[in-house]
Structures are given as structure tokens and as C-alpha cells.
Design a protein. Structure first.
Lengths: 248, 243
């Protein structure tokens, strides 16, 4: 091929590439509901441990809303039963989808106290999972939610290992990491996450940390709150009230 | 000065290399659109994908837009329970009214929340499904939208069956609930608004358990030295004192 022909052909590719790129750019700009400015929000959750009855309706609702596999092993949110025995040893069991009154693992005489603790992704402000991802498939949005790009994720599982809260799992169909998104598609529309919507005792409270009047701000004003594994400096945005020291 | 003479071939290859570098830099920074090189593109497309997910739960506010009697219906203890907690995800019903949400009527649905479980918070209404009107659907006595008991229980064990069962194997089996507790009429209707009383004096237990007391063959302690300033039930569980 003549050099001149080659150069001419290459030159024609330039505008084509530009047009292709601008098309992609346009598609990427759409999607957010109108007047929604992510920078104006910062989402968080409050969990009142003393209100949780361990019904696991949150787990079921999450599975229905987010196409999480039915098997109990795959969960974006779950409820743990903590039983502290007389030796101050904590026994932790994740309760199944339908708990019954007989699931208590420690006999009554040896039991000091027991309670339920709902768990989910803590949407850390300083997330270890984002740090370790080799392809930047997981990231924090401007409104403080950690998302996974399932098209970019390799399924290497580093983030699943890195999460100190065990909040991630490998989705058996897509073979990518999956996790709680605070029901991002719901909250940008002003709806509550599915687990908060169905919680019958209001053990879960959802709110905007940048708003003065959100239920979460009120919860944090009225209660002494704590976060899980505060010593790791992950700065979680899920706040627990009445949190027992044995909860990890 | 042979070194000053740069070989012709070297100049040519330098020009080619320089041209390639310029081409690469131009392509990367000027020709390629930002959407292909920018990390934000991947984030944007992910956010877009997340936002476009299908809703399953419509939210109580949407339910009440049409079912405005729902505000009237939901009273009492269930007034803060979302419609979809029991009726299931209802966005399908919002999109197509022919799709009806579920209306659970079975005992096992209610018992997910109301079966006695020691890990549940104190004061949450719980029953033993084996002993509490077995086989009978809950909704035949309780209105799920306003779940007050059909008649306020006369006996304490109607609600406090777990305590009654515990007491039945303890030394305190023969004591009436009213020996130690006073429960007003209000407690039967709204148990958490008006609480039953507990003994607030050490001397109350001392009536049977102080060393000086005659007449009862019970375990005796010297109330003057035993227990300090604590009330007896702060250490001993009166429904099962030997536990």
C-alpha cells in the first residue's frame, strides 16, 4: 500500500472515532432523575439493635428487590443472632430466611444474654474494598454509596477478602462481586431501601447525613451510636444504637 | 570531528519515532473522546445501570395514594408496619392493577414475627404457636390491621406464658402473680403504656427469706449483710430462683 493511501485512510478514521466517542458520552450522561444532584446527599443507615426481632423480612425483601440468589448463602443484608454465655463467649449464627423460636444455640441455663444484629454493607467513607480492586471496578459515588461495575469486575474476589464486615459475595450467575447498594435505584427516587421499607419494628432507619431533618440525623441526636470495628478507621456510615461490645 | 556527523539513517529513524510519539500523544489526549479514557465514564455507566433497575417494592406512600382508607385501617400496634411487609412487593400491582399483591392468611406467616424467641427484645408480643390456640388462623381472632386481642386476657399467662412455664418448675410455683406484681386494668389493654409493678423493697422478699422470719421453711439469709443495697431480683430471677 502506498504511504499516501495509508495516511489518507487513517485520517478518515479520526472523525469517525470522534463521532463514536461523543455518542458514548451522550449515553453516559443520562439516567439520573431530573433535579437529582448526588453531591447534595450523603446516605447512611441507623440500626436500633434493641428493636430487631430477627424476622429476616429485610433479607427476603432485599432478595426480591435486587435479584439476589434465593439460597441463604448469598445475601446483601442478613441478621445475626448473638448469644453470650456465662463464660462471656459469643456464639454467632446467621439466621435463615424463616427463623423459628427453636434456633437458640445455647441452653437457657448457660445463657447470659442474646439478641439479633442486622448486618449489611457499611458504605465506608474509607473503604478497603475500593482500595484493593485491581481494575477500579468498585468505587464510591458522590452520595456515599459503594457500587460495583459488573462489566468491569474480574471476579477475583480481593474485595470480598478485604471487606472487614463480610458484606460482599461472588454472584453465582455473573461471577462478579455483589453487595448492598442501599437500593441505589430506590433512594435516588426518594424511596426507602427495601429492607428499611419492610422492617416491621423500624429497627432500620435510613436517611441523608447532609440533611438537618432526616430521620437518621434525629436518631443520631437522640441515641448514643456506634459503628462496627471503629478501630479499622473505615469510617462506616451504618450507625448502631444499643450495640453490644461482643458484636464484631 | 566524526561525532558531529549524525548518520542520515539515525535522523530518519528519529523523525519517525518523534512522529509516532506526537501521534500517540495527540490520539490519547486530543483525538480519543474523554468517555473512552476517563474513569468517570465507567462510574457513570455503572450508576446508570444501577438506577435503571426495576423497582419491586412501591413504598407505602404509593399504596396510600389509592388505598386511602389504609390510613384509617392501620391502627394500633401495626400502624407503623409498611403495607408491603405483609402484602409483599407491590410495584407489579402499581404497573398493572390486574396483578394482585399477596394477602397472607396462614398462621406461619404471623408466627415469623410473633413466635417466642429468647433473643427477641423484651416487651415484643410473642406467643408459643403450639400452645396458643393451635391450628386456628391468627386472623380469625386478631385483625392484622389493628391487632388488639379480641378480649383482653384475664389471666397473666395469656401473654406471659413463657414466665408461667418457667415458674411451674420452680420453688415459687405456688405463688400467684399478684403476690409480687400489681397490674392495673390499663396494663391489660395497652401493656407497654402501663407497666405491671415489681417489688421495690428488699423487705418484700425478706418477709419469707429473712433469717428472723418464722413460719416458712424457706431458704433464709441475713438480710442485713446479704446483697448490700441491691434489690433481690437484681441478682436472683424470682420466676426461677434456683436457675
Amino acid at each position: 500500500m502506498l504511504r499516501r493511501t495509508l495516511l489518507r485512510k487513517l485520517l478518515t478514521l479520526v472523525p469517525a472515532a470522534g463521532a463514536f466517542g461523543s455518542l458514548i458520552g451522550r449515553i453516559a450522561g443520562e439516567g439520573l432523575p431530573e433535579e437529582y444532584v448526588p453531591e447534595e446527599h450523603l446516605y447512611g443507615m441507623g440500626i436500633q439493635v434493641d428493636r430487631c426481632i430477627g424476622c429476616a423480612r429485610c433479607t427476603q425483601a432485599c432478595k426480591a428487590e435486587n435479584e439476589v440468589p434465593e439460597e441463604p448463602f448469598y445475601v446483601r443484608t442478613w441478621v445475626e443472632r448473638y448469644t453470650i454465655d456465662l463464660d462471656n463467649k459469643a456464639t454467632v449464627r446467621t439466621i435463615g430466611d424463616v427463623p423459628v423460636g427453636t434456633a437458640e444455640p445455647v441452653p437457657e441455663r448457660e445463657r447470659l444474654r442474646s439478641f439479633f444484629v442486622p448486618k449489611l454493607c457499611n458504605q465506608c467513607a474509607n473503604p478497603p474494598c475500593v482500595q484493593v480492586c485491581p481494575v477500579e471496578a468498585t468505587f464510591s459515588t458522590a452520595d456515599g454509596v459503594i457500587l460495583v461495575d459488573e462489566e468491569r469486575c474480574l471476579g477475583c474476589g480481593y474485595c470480598i477478602q478485604a471487606c472487614p464486615y463480610g458484606a460482599r459475595y461472588l454472584h453465582p450467575q455473573t461471577h462478579t462481586a455483589d453487595k448492598c447498594t442501599f437500593c441505589y435505584h430506590r433512594v435516588v427516587r426518594g424511596l426507602l431501601p427495601a429492607c428499611v421499607e419492610v422492617c416491621p419494628t423500624q429497627a432500620r432507619v435510613f436517611g441523608d447525613l447532609k440533611s438537618r431533618s432526616s430521620p437518621l440525623i434525629r436518631l443520631r441526636r437522640m441515641h448514643k451510636t456506634n459503628v462496627l470495628k471503629a478501630s479499622l478507621n473505615t469510617e462506616p456510615k451504618v450507625f448502631y444504637t444499643d450495640l453490644d461490645g461482643e458484636v464484631r | 570531528m566524526q561525532l558531529r556527523k549524525v548518520p542520515d539513517a539515525l535522523i530518519r529513524i528519529s523523525v519517525v519515532i518523534a512522529a509516532l510519539i506526537v501521534a500517540a500523544v495527540t490520539t490519547r489526549f486530543f483525538l480519543l473522546p474523554a468517555s473512552l479514557t476517563d474513569r468517570d465514564y465507567h462510574k457513570k455507566s455503572t450508576i446508570e445501570r444501577e438506577i435503571s433497575r426495576r423497582l419491586e417494592f412501591a413504598g407505602s406512600d404509593v399504596c396510600l395514594d389509592c388505598h386511602d382508607q389504609g390510613i384509617e385501617i392501620r391502627r394500633g400496634f401495626h400502624s407503623t408496619v409498611s403495607c408491603e411487609t405483609c402484602h409483599g412487593p407491590a410495584q407489579g400491582h402499581v404497573d398493572d392493577l390486574a396483578t394482585k399483591p399477596s394477602a397472607p392468611r396462614e398462621r406461619r406467616f404471623c408466627s415469623v414475627c410473633h413466635t417466642y424467641d429468647p433473643s427477641r427484645p423484651t416487651g415484643f408480643p410473642q406467643i408459643n404457636p403450639v400452645a396458643h390456640n393451635p391450628m386456628k388462623p391468627c386472623i380469625s381472632c386478631h385483625d392484622p390491621h389493628d391487632p388488639e386481642p379480641p378480649e383482653t386476657p384475664r389471666e397473666c399467662r395469656g401473654c406471659h406464658a413463657e414466665i408461667a412455664r418457667t415458674m411451674s418448675v420452680s420453688h415459687h410455683v405456688l405463688l400467684e402473680c399478684t403476690t409480687c406484681h400489681t397490674a392495673g386494668e390499663g396494663h391489660r389493654i395497652s401493656p407497654r403504656a402501663e407497666r405491671a409493678t415489681k417489688p421495690l423493697q428488699r423487705e418484700f422478699c425478706g418477709k419469707c427469706h429473712d433469717e428472723g422470719q418464722e413460719g416458712f421453711e424457706t431458704l433464709k439469709v441475713d438480710m442485713g449483710t446479704h446483697g448490700g443495697r441491691y434489690l433481690c431480683w437484681q441478682c436472683h430471677y424470682p420466676h426461677l430462683p434456683e436457675g
